[in-house]
Write a protein that binds this ligand. Structure first.
Ligand code: SAH
Length: 244
């Protein structure tokens, strides 16, 4: 079923007024007719709607069932990703959005090979956001996760998460992983910080410990940055889906 994302101004209690690119898409591309149904996602909720009429440059969509579908997790996971080389972050964004992340924050770390100037940061961010948007639609998410511009490591550690998990390639054993997962509760915001290809340097891990992060292992094999990101988010997502 088609799903359209609208902002709160479009909500009129019993219906949505859909304008702009989505109006054009519904009327001229999809050629939908009055009576057809689709989903409208607004402020994190998804409603089943029926096309009522076209009025001027707007689609009038009657709400048939509120809160028809909610694809969101009860815990907000934010992926903090050490900026990887090439277009690897694009894959990481696509996959972790499918898995349910609430947002993605690229992080500048000492072993990052790529350095982006301010202009490049802006253009990359716009591209990353577009990838998040299409992944959110494809996986029928009810919100579109935001991808921010890259931020410095220390700034990332200072973000106000309830819990910060740091999968570290040199961490041994699964005790810390189990303990950290047990701390996750509905309503919490949880940061997951993954290193770039070169991993963390000692100083960065020390700073993470000082910031009360939970340093955890993802098993006895060294994973590539993109595999680690997907694994860590999948671990959190399945823990929440199964236990909370
Ligand atoms: N160059 C490093 C590996 C870095 S892997 C080395 O050869 O040792 C990139 C990132 O993925 C790491 O910084 C870490 O955040 C994550 N990662 C990879 N394997 C992991 C594991 N087994 N446990 C926890 N984190 C891991």
């Amino acid at each position: 079923m088609f799903n359209f994302f609208v902002d709160e101004q479009a909500y009129l209690g019993d219906r949505f007024i859909i304008t702009g690119a989505d109006y054009n898409h519904i009327r001229n591309v999809l050629r939908m007719q009055p009576g057809e149904t689709f989903l409208v996602s607004c402020a994190g909720f998804s409603h089943l709607c029926r096309l009522d009429a076209f009025e001027g440059d707007a689609v009038i969509a009657k709400i048939i069932e509120e809160n028809y579908q909610n694809a969101e997790l009860s815990v907000k996971f934010y992926l903090l990703q050490g900026l990887p080389k090439g277009d690897k972050l694009e894959l990481i964004i696509q996959k972790t959005v499918e898995l349910g992340v609430a947002g993605i924050i690229p992080v500048e770390m000492s072993r990052c090979v790529v350095k982006l100037d301010e202009k490049k940061k802006k253009s990359k961010q716009a591209r990353w956001q577009a990838i998040a948007e299409s992944a959110a639609k494809q996986s029928k998410r009810t919100v579109i996760p935001e991808v921010s511009e890259p931020i410095p490591y220390k700034q990332a550690l200072a973000l106000p998460f309830d819990l910060l998990l740091v999968p570290y390639e040199n961490e041994k054993g699964m005790a810390a992983t189990r303990e950290a997962l047990a701390k996750i509760r509905p309503g919490l915001s949880v940061g997951i910080l993954i290193g770039p290809e070169g991993g963390f340097d000692d100083k960065e891990i020390e700073l993470a410990r000082q910031a009360q992060a939970h340093i955890i292992s993802l098993g006895r094999r060294i994973l590539r940055a993109e595999t680690a990101a997907v694994t860590a988010v999948a671990l959190g997502m399945l823990h929440v889906e199964m236990n909370l």
